[in-house]
Design a protein around this ligand. Sequence first.
Ligand code: 1HN
Length: 346
Amino acid sequence: MTVPAENIARLRQLFYQRIAPRHLKPLWEVLHSLVPPQPQPKCVPVLWKYSDLRGPLLEAGDLISAREATRRVLILENPAFAGESKITNSLYAGVQLLKPGEVAPAHRHTQSALRFVLEGRGAFTAVDGERAYMEPGDLILTPSWTFHDHGSETTEPVMWLDGLDIPIVQLLDTGFCEDLSQDQQQVARPVGDALARYGANMLPVDYQPQTLTSPVFSYPYARTREALERLAKGSPVDACHGFKMRFINPATGGHALPTIATFMQLLPKGFRGSACRSTDATVFAGVEGSGRSRVGNETFEWGPRDIFVVPSWVPCTHEADQDAVLFSYSDRVVQEQLGLWQESRG
Ligand code: 1HN
């Protein structure tokens, strides 16, 4: 007996309705969207010009103190994730302001964070009792479950980009957070201690890593810039990425954080990159110089402190008219650990 197509369709709908109260769903209606032939990111390309961020951030500075806000941050929310506080499916981004004399009180959480300094100097982040003073271009890490507070001892506003693995921790339902009883941590070690112990191509002879995170938590821009400059002088330029380096955990050679990969790249004057796509959606921040990046069908003109996002598997092409430096972060470290990361060139 053959059943007419419209009848079958109706019978199926009735069947779906009957099984729904038992919390059952037919896979065959969703199989292709569950297992797509290639990544189908919801994430869309977005550019935030610093000139559009700075005003609102300073305005927020007049409306709420760092202490009352705990963290005075404007979230960079991807419009594809309205209400979800995400810049990509797996990562969070925000811009934070600390005004002269302010304190952002000490707490710790299982989410890992990075700070990428955009403007101002003379504020510090204290991590596990050691202060790291901020200068533009510096990368500062607050590893999972380390107490951290920010303080400003300067006369100018200090702004930075926060990157956190909040959506990853949410996915896994592993979020914990607690405040320290005092606003600021006791200083336990001098400034620069961790960098001297673990970031001088040596390790204390009996050092055994206790966590997956880098024991170095501050990567000053001066060192980063010099490394890029040297790399650029002595090796051929990568057709897609220019001269690109990743920040490492010096004790293992792995990425600096277990959930967020961090990079800095130099695009030499006149660079015309070829298109490249990779499975890790990436957040970029301009540091020096200016250029443009074609991301899918969009072209983003960027300069220092502008921030843009490239979704997973969307082709991206970078160009620079002068020497330009880009910082970036992504979940590539997680994808590599799981054997999922892919890149395709051309
Ligand atoms: C956080 O602890 C900081 O410590 C910044 O500066 C942004 C966003 C969500 C949750 C915790 C910080 C944050 C955050």
